[in-house]
Design a protein around this ligand. Sequence first.
Ligand SMILES: Nc1nc2c(ncn2[C@@H]2O[C@H](COP(=O)(O)OP(=O)(O)OP(=O)(O)O)[C@@H](O)[C@H]2O)c(=O)[nH]1
Ligand SMILES: [Mg+2]
Length: 361
Amino acid sequence: MKIGLLGLPAAGKSTLLRLLTKGEAGGPGKASIGVAPVPDARVDKLTEIYKPQRTVYAQLECTELPPLQLQQQGTGAAPGGVSAQQLAEALRHIDAVVLVVRAFSSAHVPHVLGDVSALRDAQMLYEELLLMDWSLVETRLERLREARKKGLRHDEEIALFERLQPELEAGRPLRALEFTKDEAALLRGYSFLTTKPMVLAVNVDEEQLRQRAFDGAEELAAWARERAVPMVEVAALIEAEIEELPPEEQAAFLEDLGLEQPGVARLARSAYEALDLISFFTAAEREVRAWTVRRGTGAREAARVIHSDIERGFIRAEVVHFDDLVREGSMAAVREKGLLRLEGKDYEVKDGDIIHFRFNV
Ligand SMILES: Nc1nc2c(ncn2[C@@H]2O[C@H](COP(=O)(O)OP(=O)(O)OP(=O)(O)O)[C@@H](O)[C@H]2O)c(=O)[nH]1
Ligand SMILES: [Mg+2]
């Protein structure tokens, strides 16, 4: 699963990527792709219980997309950068889009449009995605109509695409529309962009973070809510500074800012949830670890994310839910109360299941 950071130039994408990936990516001279741990209080709790040699959080691959150039918006400004087509191509390879918009003001970093408006920027990015899909539909329709002149029928596809255009023009992403099974199958062949889940990251400065407000915050929140886009505020620059501190000092700084956890942690979590991913855990003295599957995955298939041998040799899954373990306090108590379940290959894994797989190879 890969998430892509999309934004105007200097919105703070690289700073965010560096934070998300704990310095693996996004720095000067570093890759623009890296792995972000997804924070999870349940994993912390299991670590407390098991005191393992190592703890591994769920992970998301994160990448910075080329900045959206303004000439793509028809304003004729800003040379350089990649073409709209190259950007669309880069976007096709990602599973969820994080729209990064800037609310911070800075004399050192001028905004490409002169003034700062997070709402305007969010709208611009959103409309760009709609436009890219609209163009894809348009190109495809032209080809299909040409083919029809030569006697080739593609009536269903033409009807579907003709329905999509006005929806996209009205600002509705394909994600919000309903399709029949056949239509959905047709669409899957195209990797449209507005079918992907989106999260909005608002990059605020220290003052805005302390005030819990920035210009236009309410309008932006309403805009995001109407589109069912989760919105997360992050203070990229300060959080990056806090990251540089020794771990024991970090908590005090976060607390001073009124934060329970860094904004970037909430961002990773939001993206994970927007992708409809769930975590199951393996827990032992050696390692406590969160594993990622799509909601609805069966036990045997889930075993594959650990190792293909476990999937192949699957016998059964011993499952206890995280909540049950924490309530009972220990695995021994869980067993005693009969809360440890034996499940077969088709058992649907639930978010928060702690699983021990029995297998032989
Ligand atoms: N004051 C302030 N400056 C910030 C903040 N976030 C990022 N910056 C600065 O803005 C500049 C651009 O940040 P980047 O993270 O490189 O932004 P970007 O979106 O990756 O930029 P491009 O890749 O060039 O499009 C850097 O000088 C950052 O230090 C912030 O929250 N507050
Ligand atoms: Mg950058």
